[in-house]
Write a protein that binds this ligand. Structure first.
Ligand code: XMP
Length: 514
């Protein structure tokens, strides 16, 4: 079945993912593509989906800036409805010979636009709308074949449309919550303008993915790297449903796993009849990390050692296919987001070897976001404990030990992490939180234990709320819960003299400390 689809052309804007998610929330499939996608590439995509609309995202550029990303103007002639947002709005106007003036500074914040004409994408709106704007350049005038739909005092063309073709532009961001009727505007674009059918949901992927695995692998064998996190777990269950005995899941214990992780994986997957081997490689990883303190270096060492261990295990089995739990944001991050910055090198079991000779790599979750993977997990009847598992970084606790890693520190942070996890889960708050964990900082401080002076480690507790980890807020956990966590950590771990709570949002911080 081909689903109606809206493509989001990525100009490096921070809200690109959000636009795609908002569309999916309307039960319409959406995919992010590079901003310079060609008409031929769109035609190719049309073989497996119905491309019914395109959104040109925002981006941190001026149309006059050297090296500013451009789109292929031929896409405007494809007869597919288009909506330009912010930089996208300015680019369309610029390419169509409108008057775009560079701004001397970036303006952002709430603005009130006056709607001139409540038509098409603005149907049912007006006369004044509260919107979120963020821009440097401004569109001042339009060519003959366009008409202005909305304006503000400082922005004479805040929205426009082509008089005949289905081409629209907004200077504001309908995808962010600060635009009061943003969802209505997107709804209008998706259904009034693009005429999409709302029939996509992440669960609809299960049967398709199982069939795809079965037909690709045929009578051969496949392996999967299982980390115990939600993504690789769901991919493992799918693959096991498709292949049964012909699948082998490999769990590499690098020594920086959460408390009881290997046992949890063996038991949970074993019970469901999945073939699992646990490779215990703690010593190898510790040795490789010796003397390194730089977070990026640590991540890279763990990533490449992981590949080596995995390769060795895989070679013994001689499987033809590799299955991975790569999800959609992993692909975007490692793929074509060339106009945005790399914040961290992500290692997960999704970054596995190209060197092993597999006939193919299969990624059944490649089109889903994390919360959509959870919906799939639920639909597949996976145990609640798995459905609501916290995300866990590939390099594990090693990036929650600031600086040099030792066996003792790993033990310490693992125990502290278990206390945080247990206490949060006791309160029943767990399912509403994105992550809750402990970090072993490098700071030592003085304390008093019993009647004597103590000098020990500082543990930081990090608890965040988030929808998809691109932004996050520290959670306002009741003080008595924090008090219990702090008391237990300092009582049960004699090496720790101080516990602090991290009250930083993302941005500016990231969720993990390294
Ligand atoms: P940051 O720290 O970048 O983390 O705000 C965002 C989310 O990603 C998780 N994370 C990782 N996941 N491999 C992964 O699979 C990694 O290397 C990695 N590093 C961070 C992090 O736990 C959070 O949920």
């Amino acid at each position: 079945m081909k689903y109606d689809t809206i493509l989001v052309l990525d100009f490096g804007g921070q809200y690109c993912n959000l636009i795609a998610r908002r569309i999916r929330e309307h039960s319409v499939y959406s995919e992010i593509v590079p901003c310079d996608i060609t008409t031929e590439e769109i035609e190719e995509m049309n073989k497996t989906m119905n491309v019914k609309g395109m959104i040109l995202s925002g981006g941190p550029w001026s149309v006059y800036q050297e090296g500013a990303p451009k789109f292929d103007p031929k896409i405007l002639d494809m007869g597919i409805p288009i909506l330009g947002l912010c930089y996208g709005h300015q680019m369309i106007a610029y390419f169509s010979d409108g008057k775009v003036e560079p701004g001397s500074k970036r303006e952002y914040g709430i603005a009130y636009v006056t709607i001139n004409k409540s038509v098409g994408i603005l149907k049912g709106l007006g006369p004044k709308e509260k919107v979120w704007m963020s821009h440097g350049d401004t569109v001042y005038d339009l060519p003959e074949d366009y008409e202005m739909l909305a304006f503000t005092e400082s922005c004479p063309v805040a929205a426009y449309r082509h008089k005949i073709r289905q081409i629209y532009g907004f200077q504001w961001h309908p995808e962010v919550v600060h635009t009061e009727n943003g969802m209505k505007m997107l709804h209008n674009f998706i259904f009034e303008v693009c005429k999409c059918e709302a029939n996509w949901n992440p669960e609809s992927l299960v049967d398709k993915a199982v069939k795809e695995i079965r037909s690709t692998v045929g009578n051969s064998t496949a392996i999967i790297g299982l980390s115990g996190g939600i993504d690789s777990s769901v991919a493992t269950f799918m693959a096991s449903k498709a292949l049964g005995e012909r699948l082998l899941a490999i769990f590499v214990d690098h020594g920086f796993m959460r408390f009881g992780e290997a046992e949890f994986v063996e038991e949970t997957f074993g019970k469901q009849g999945v073939n699992v081997v646990v490779v215990r490689a703690q010593k190898r990883f510790l040795k490789k990390l010796e003397g390194y303190i730089d977070p990026e270096k640590k991540r890279k060492i763990i990533g490449s050692e992981f590949i080596r261990v995995f390769e060795e295990a895989a070679k013994k089995i001689d499987a033809d296919y590799l299955i991975q739990g790569t999800i959609y944001p992993d692909r975007i991050e490692s793929g074509f987001r060339k106009h945005s910055d790399t914040i961290k090198t992500h290692h997960n079991v999704g970054g596995l070897p190209e060197k092993i000779d597999f006939k193919a790599i299969i990624e059944p979750l490649r089109d889903l976001y994390k919360d959509e993977v959870r919906a799939v997990a639920k639909k597949m009847g996976l145990p609640d404990k798995l459905v609501h598992r916290q995300p866990f970084p590939g390099p594990g606790l090693a990036v929650r030990i600031i600086g040099a890693v030792t066996k003792e520190k790993a033990e310490l942070v693992r125990k502290a992490d278990k206390i945080v996890t247990d206490e949060i889960e006791l309160t029943g708050l767990g399912n509403s939180l994105w992550q809750y964990f402990a970090v072993l900082t490098e700071t030592k401080s003085t304390g008093v234990k019993g009647d004597s002076r103590a000098y020990g480690y500082t543990v930081a507790v990090r608890i965040v709320e988030s929808k998809e980890a691109m932004t996050a807020g520290f959670a306002k956990i009741p003080y008595d819960v924090l008090e219990k966590i702090s008391t237990r950590i300092t009582n049960e771990l004699p090496q720790v003299t101080r516990v602090v709570y991290d009250i930083t949002h993302k941005p500016p911080a990231t969720i993990e400390w390294e």
